[in-house]
Each structure stands twice: as structure tokens, then as C-alpha cells.
Design a protein around this ligand. Structure first.
Ligand code: GAR
Length: 205
């Protein structure tokens, strides 16, 4: 089976990116990370990618006058690296319909809540303030609407008394790393099908 070529978009720490790279290196996901792109030059994840001999490219969004011209450069770099699947891993820029439609069914995102609850960037704060008892993470195909699209994997995390955004965020992050690898493994094995905007998983052989 030929390996799927993945491009990962990050903006910061890159811990999800690192777990994907490591799972590819172990052969757990039948894929290869062809490039990592960051919109921030100081994103910590860039160093990890370089240390693993993966091209790590900075495309600062501030250099472009609008979203689409920024995305056109991302699209060009992804294409140059023969990327087949784009993984958003803490990429904190909204993507336009131009990009999401160009890569339709080929962009995967991770979000630190059980979607459709708690979209946006203050996820853990909102879950705690709401008094939710369970939260978690979601890996999904991305549509033009923020944090929306067919769900591939979700993992639940209980909210404990005394949790802070940090303690909860840490426990959710551990599940994110597992969920993203699980989802990508199934995609790389061609087991993920989207029918009427819902994901159906074919059983493993
Ligand atoms: C992760 O918790 C990810 O789910 C979240 O940013 C963090 C990035 O961490 N993404 C979003 O909130 C997107 N809406 P990482 O850089 O260590 O992977």
C-alpha cells in the first residue's frame, strides 16, 4: 500500500503534530508527513518537525492582504509537496470557502470539545462555566463553517470538581493525541467514507 502524504498546519506548540509524526514513523499510520506549515515563525512545533527531517515552512498570514492570498500560498506549498490530506493541528486561522472547497473531504481538524458543543477558542473555559460534566475532543472533516463537518472520532473526558482550564485542557489533550492518530490511521487505510455529511467506518480486514 502506498503511503498517504499528509501536510500539517500549525500555529503553536504542535503536540498533536508531534504525535502524528511519531505515529507515522512507527508505521502505526500508513502515511508520511510531507510538510509542516506554520503561520507563525515562532511556533514551537517547527523545531520538532525539522528535527524529524520534515520540511517546516513559515507562511506569515500578516504578509498577505487578505485570507485568500494567504491560502493561495499554502495551497501552492501543499501541492508542491504532493500533499493528499491536510491536517489542522492547532492552526488558529479561519479558512475561507475557497480553500475548504478546493480541499473538500481532504482537510481534517481537531477541536478540544465534543462538537457541536463549545466551538471557538475558549472551549474549556466555556465548558467549565456551563457546568458541563463531560467534554472531550473531536476529529472531523472541515467544512467552510468554523469547527464544523463530518465527525470521524470523538473521545469523552469527564470534568472533575476543581478542574481549571489548564488541568482539563491537559486531560483533553492526551485524548486528542489518541483520537487524531486513530482517525488518520482509518483514513490512511481507506476505511472512512462520507455519506450525506456523515462518516461511516468500514471494519478493518
Ligand atoms: C489543541 O488543543 C487543539 O485541539 C486546539 O488547539 C490546541 C493545539 O495544541 N485547536 C483548536 O482549538 C482549533 N479550534 P497543539 O499545538 O499542542 O497540538
Amino acid at each position: 500500500m502506498s503511503d498517504l502524504k499528509i501536510g500539517i498546519l500549525i500555529s503553536g506548540r504542535g503536540s498533536n503534530m508531534a504525535s502524528i509524526i511519531e505515529a507515522c514513523e512507527r508505521g502505526e499510520i500508513s502515511a508520511q508527513v510531507a510538510c509542516v506549515i506554520s503561520n507563525k515563525a515562532d511556533a514551537k512545533g517547527l523545531e520538532f518537525a525539522k528535527a524529524h527531517n520534515i520540511p517546516a515552512i513559515v507562511i506569515p498570514h500578516k504578509n498577505y492582504e487578505d485570507r485568500q492570498s494567504f491560502e493561495e500560498v499554502i495551497d501552492k506549498v501543499l501541492t508542491e509537496h504532493n500533499v493528499q490530506l491536510v491536517c489542522l493541528a492547532g492552526f488558529m486561522r479561519l479558512l475561507t470557502a475557497w480553500f475548504t472547497e478546493r480541499w473538500t473531504d481532504r482537510i481534517v481538524n481537531i477541536h478540544p470539545s465534543l462538537l457541536p458543543s463549545f466551538k471557538g477558542t475558549k472551549t474549556h473555559k466555556e465548558a467549565l462555566e456551563y457546568g458541563a460534566k463531560i467534554t472531550g475532543c473531536t476529529v472531523h472533516f472541515l467544512r467552510a463553517e468554523m469547527d464544523h463537518g463530518p465527525i470521524i472520532v470523538q473521545k469523552a473526558v469527564p470534568i472533575l470538581e476543581g478542574d481549571t482550564e489548564e488541568t482539563l485542557g491537559q486531560r483533553v489533550l492526551q485524548e486528542e493525541h489518541k483520537a487524531y492518530v486513530e482517525a488518520l490511521k482509518m483514513i490512511a487505510d481507506n476505511r472512512v467514507n462520507i455519506i450525506d455529511e456523515r462518516v461511516f467506518i468500514t471494519q478493518a480486514l
